[in-house]
Write a protein that binds this ligand. Structure first.
Ligand code: FES
Length: 151
């Protein structure tokens, strides 16, 4: 649960600045590892920003999470180039290894799996990114070993 004190401290960093909302939300996420509903209510109340606007922003930016996420975020690319190079089989291998579907988090809060569209290195596909590590030219057989490197 988000503490009002921590949320207030983060809000106070941006008071009076224009175009701050996304950075404010990113800071909230960095603090709590997701964006709790209580924090959104607090931002809305304190800065008089309509809730609907904040939710629109959070929904638009895929980097912002309205649910708790795992310690490691796996982004599997299913953009066109990765798709034709076997991206769906990579996603299947990740899902089967972890026992969850894209959009979900493992019960131990270790991994969250997301599907994304193009992460800018199409020639190296199929690609997935875990946290800030790019894994390229993947094969389904190699997925288990890659995931085992993260604790
Ligand atoms: S389509 Fe996967 S990186 Fe571009």
């Amino acid at each position: 649960m988000a503490s009002d004190k921590r949320v207030d401290e983060i809000i106070d960093r941006y008071k009076g600045e224009e175009g701050f909302l996304i950075q404010l939300l990113l800071d909230i996420q960095n603090e709590f590892n997701w964006i709790p509903k209580e924090a959104i209510l607090r931002i809305s109340t304190r800065l008089q920003i309509p809730l609907s606007h904040i939710y629109r922003v959070v929904s638009f930016y895929k980097v912002l999470n309205l649910k708790p996420i795992g310690r490691h975020v796996i982004q599997v690319c299913l953009g066109t180039a990765c798709h034709v190079r076997g991206g769906p089989r990579i996603l299947d291998a990740v899902e089967n290894t972890l026992g969850i579907k894209a959009g979900m988090t493992t019960g131990d809060m270790k991994f969250t799996v997301k599907r994304v569209n193009c992460i800018g290195c199409c020639a190296l596909g199929p690609v997935m990114v875990i946290d800030n590590d790019y894994h390229c030219k993947l094969t389904p057989a190699g997925i288990k070993d890659i995931l085992a490197r993260y604790d």
